[in-house]
Design a protein around this ligand. Structure first.
Ligand code: HEM
Length: 461
């Protein structure tokens, strides 16, 4: 017999809205509910219903693409106001998804990563130049500088456009506008329908922010068109000049705008957060840091300014373990949703309806008992190469699942591993404020207020 999906008693209309705190505490609350209610439960708010899933067996079942596909849930519907039918927010039935996916996939191949390497290294050197000036004197704002790095990297690698973030004390205006716009869309999907009227000031601000982002993107596209360059094979070059193999058409201008905005958003926040968490854990775990330093020292010795090759990054396997373990504890895009293609039953007993939102809560999955005891402990050994084969396939999903999984995964891992390598090679990381982890959440999560002291390493450390 079918069992109804567990849920807490709910108020009419408000549902569980009053139980769920806003922002990062809301995420932690949902993760805690997995311990209390089990690996699947239902939450309701303002007429929206979500089935939350946080355990290995169910996530493995939902990965079956003959039964489930990506669900564009309420938050993503709101983000469509900025990103339209771009890859991340496109509905499964929108033809531009397949078209853009096919056109852009080659830009994320291993060969393409080789091409981005020198640019990524150049941006990493801008960060190091800044950190050298601060080492020994003032602490660095880790998430802010990681955001500068990842934003400039996607701008240059994707669109040949230099945002020059390290030249400024302030965040790039696009980054601020994006942060506010995403926060606004989030508030909207967390509020009572009809209350928009009380947020008209924010709504006005949102329109201005959206316009700022669109104008910048149009300028990036205009500059490329004006340059007459038709041979550069980066994301923008491919979008402007490649025709879809099936329809023979290129992407239309509006869709290209949506894709550029999508890449500027998806291509930097998550990687920036992942780098910040990794630096936090490296600082708090001296034995892990020492091993990471031994790994880079073996490659680059005590060269003052190493020039890592593309191949070197693949050799930093311990740093990759550190990144993976950081992404296990805090997957920076902390959820993704799927929907059943037909009414069906999950877990052998819970009925779910065609099209309803089944939200995979990644931080809960990443704390499933299948990880062993002490799931809260930061331990990169979980990702030791000899243990890879024993890990169930669907236990680690920081990049989502199936055909709608992250297209930028290799890009992010290459960029992040390279930078972490350069940082641990060059600096001692000093926990000058005895930082206690606190999450900041917008669309993604990052360590709130993390600052670190730095000192240049000498040959004796
Ligand atoms: C999709 C995570 C870096 C571009 C996704 C999804 C996740 C994710 C979980 C699936 C979302 C869903 O199912 O709704 C991450 C993490 C990153 C990262 C944790 C860094 C550590 C990047 C980078 C880029 C990128 C660097 C671009 C250069 C995208 C795009 C999609 C996506 C375009 C939508 C793919 C599609 O539906 O076709 N990402 N991402 N991401 N990501 Fe990433």
């Amino acid at each position: 017999a079918n069992t109804p999906i567990p849920e807490r008693p709910a108020l009419p209309l408000l549902g569980h809205a009053l139980d769920i705190p806003r922002g990062a505490d809301g995420l932690l609350h949902l993760v805690k509910e997995v311990k209390e209610l089990g690996p699947v439960y239902r939450v309701r708010a303002f007429g929206n219903e979500t089935v939350v899933v946080g355990g290995l067996d169910l996530v493995a079942e939902l990965a079956d693409e003959t039964r489930f596909r990506k669900n564009v849930h309420q938050d993503l519907v709101e983000i469509r106001q900025i990103a339209g039918d771009g890859l991340f927010t496109a509905y499964a039935h929108e033809p531009n998804w397949q078209k853009a996916h096919d056109i852009l996939m080659p830009a994320f191949s291993l060969g393409a990563m080789r091409g981005y390497h020198a640019t990524m290294l150049g941006v990493a050197r801008s960060l190091i130049a800044k950190w050298d000036r601060m080492a020994g004197s003032s602490p660095v704002d880790v998430p802010a500088d990681m955001t500068r790095l990842t934003f400039d990297t996607i701008g240059l690698c994707g669109f040949g456009y230099d945002f020059e973030s390290f030249r400024s004390e302030k965040a790039h205006p696009f980054v601020d506008a994006m942060g506010r716009a995403l926060a606004f869309t989030q508030t909207k999907s967390e509020s009572l329908p009809g209350t928009e009227i009380f947020r008209w000031k924010q709504a006005e601000r949102f329109r201005a922010d959206a316009a700022l982002m669109t104008d910048l993107v149009d300028e990036v596209i205009r500059q490329r068109r004006a340059s007459g360059d038709t041979s550069t094979d980066d994301l923008l070059g491919r979008m402007l000049h490649t025709r879809d193999a099936v329809t023979g058409e290129p992407l239309d201008d509006l869709n290209i705008r949506h894709q550029v905005i999508t890449f500027l958003i998806a291509g930097h926040e998550t990687t920036s957060g992942a780098l910040s968490f990794a630096l936090h854990y490296l600082t708090k775990h001296p034995e892990v840091l020492a091993r990471a330093q031994a790994e880079v020292d073996a490659l680059w010795g005590d060269t003052d300014t190493p020039s890592p090759s593309y191949g070197d990054v693949g050799k930093l396997t311990y740093l990759r373990q550190v990144l993976n373990e950081s992404l296990r504890l805090w997957p920076t895009a902390p959820a993704f949703a799927v929907e059943p293609l037909e009414d069906t039953v999950i877990g052998g007993t819970y009925p779910v309806r065609k099209g309803e939102t089944l939200l995979v809560l990644t931080p809960a999955l990443h704390r499933d008992a299948a990880w062993g005891e002490n799931v809260e402990l930061f331990d990169p050994e979980r990702f030791a190469p000899e243990r890879e084969a024993e890990r169930p396939v669907h236990l680690f999903k920081p990049f989502g699942s199936g055909e709608r999984a992250c297209i930028g995964r290799q890009f992010a891992l290459h960029e992040a591993t390279l930078l972490l390598g350069l940082i641990v090679h060059r600096y001692r990381l000093i926990d000058h404020a005895d930082y206690q982890l606190k999450l900041h959440q917008s669309l993604t999560i990052k360590p709130d207020g993390l600052t670190l002291g730095l000192a240049r390493r000498t040959t004796s450390d």
